[in-house]
Ligand binder design. Structure first.
Ligand SMILES: Cc1cc2nc3c(=O)[nH]c(=O)nc-3n(C[C@H](O)[C@H](O)[C@H](O)COP(=O)(O)OP(=O)(O)OC[C@H]3O[C@@H](n4cnc5c(N)ncnc54)[C@H](O)[C@@H]3O)c2cc1C
Length: 338
């Protein structure tokens, strides 16, 4: 195990925030991870598990140990006529896994193509896009319990998945390191192209709805709509779409008849955060090197040398203006590291 001191994290987070960590350790095996955690316990340092750094905002230097996950490997556990069970180590790249599964004609995660980051971080916020979430295919996962260093298995219901949420962001926050994920994929594809953008793309390009075509449609739509972190620092959607009560939604509809609303059940309505932010005048906002993306108001951006604190304060100001105008409390999707 190599412990590096004073490492710059700019190339380890997609926001491209220029901060340092006191110590940096890459672990590529369970033994290395256990060794690193023992070192951390001995010195009582704070620590942080880092995957691809695509859902994190550093607001200052980190006075602790960054543990960079490079656990690699995948293995087919079982298959029958309909399904295949694949176990993937948590440091694998998520999009490469999607590509591998599509190339093998296994369906279930094609709608989640091009989401940056690692396999191990995917269940933490139950990644989702274009009408699919990882919870639909996740059979189980293995995670290291940090206080005891024991490995626990979580079956799908144990993860308590919700919209951009799981048990690992609630009562087990900072309690577990996800080591591997087992997905149950279909050999006979069950395609989901209900999402309007995907449907439209297939129609416009006169493509049959197939596994491969949906995969390419999602990639093309994402490239058109979302800024590439390699070009401009960002962490995808900064905020979750808020849920409000039906009463609240009805009151808002009277005031703002054009407000898009998506009823989830009898009592709850989802409102697109992007619409709320745009209505508050933030779309395309820029001050020095920080701002709100001109095409996608959910995405906050670092044009070059913005600090994490500048992005954080921008997020706070957006939340205040949405609260004042609509009485809706936005919640960040991105993990904010003080
Ligand atoms: C351009 C862009 C588009 C995006 N689009 C989407 C999208 O469509 N849908 C979506 O859901 N998300 C999206 N995201 C967000 C992000 O890609 C996902 O949340 C992704 O799963 C984060 O993975 P990561 O490895 O980069 O996590 P990191 O940013 O490294 O970590 C995120 C959090 O998870 C913790 N963590 C990481 N790995 C582990 C582990 N193995 N065990 C325990 N804790 C861990 C970290 O400590 C941190 O708190 C987007 C991001 C970008 C930049």
């Amino acid at each position: 195990m190599l412990i590096q001191s004073s490492v710059n994290l700019k190339n380890y987070n997609t926001f491209k925030i220029d901060v340092n960590t006191r110590y940096f350790v890459e672990f590529c095996s369970l033994d290395e991870l256990r060794e690193a955690l023992t070192f951390i316990n001995q010195h009582t340092y704070p620590f942080l598990i880092l995957g691809g750094g695509s859902n994190i905002l550093f607001t200052s230097d980190f006075d602790g140990v960054v543990l960079k996950n490079t656990l690699k490997g995948k293995k087919i556990l079982q298959e029958d006529e309909e399904h295949i069970w694949i176990k993937v180590q948590s440091g694998e790249n998520w999009h490469k896994l999607v590509e591998y599964c599509v190339n093998n004609h296994w369906s279930g995660i094609e709608n989640l193509a091009l989401i940056p980051g690692t396999v191990g971080a995917a269940p933490i916020q139950n990644i989702g896009a274009y009408g699919t979430e990882i919870q639909e295919v996740l059979e189980s996962l293995e995670a290291l319990h940090i206080p005891t260093l024991h490995i626990h298995t979580f079956l799908n219901p144990d993860c308590q998945f919700e919209y951009r949420n799981s048990i690992f962001k609630k009562q087990y926050l900072n309690q577990y390191i996800i080591l591997s994920v087992t997905l149950k994929l279909r050999k006979k594809p069950k395609l989901n192209y209900s999402y309007a953008d995907v449907q439209q793309f297939l129609e416009q390009n006169q493509l049959e709805p197939s596994l491969v075509n949906i995969y390419h449609a999602v990639i093309a739509i994402r490239k058109e709509k979302l800024p590439d972190p390699a070009m401009v620092g960002n962490a995808g959607s900064f905020f979750k779409n808020p849920y409000v009560t039906l009463d609240h939604a009805n009151t808002l509809k009277k005031l703002y008849p054009n407000m898009p609303q998506y009823p989830l059940n009898e009592d709850t309505v989802k409102i697109p955060a992007a619409w709320l932010i745009e209505q508050c005048g933030w779309k395309g906002y820029r001050n020095q090197d920080f701002g709100v993306h001109p095409k996608q108001p959910l995405v906050l951006v670092n044009y070059a040398n913005a600090s994490g604190m500048q992005i954080y304060e921008l997020a706070q100001n957006i939340m205040i203006s949405v609260k004042n105008k609509f009485n809706i409390q936005l919640e960040p999707e991105v993990h904010i590291k003080p």
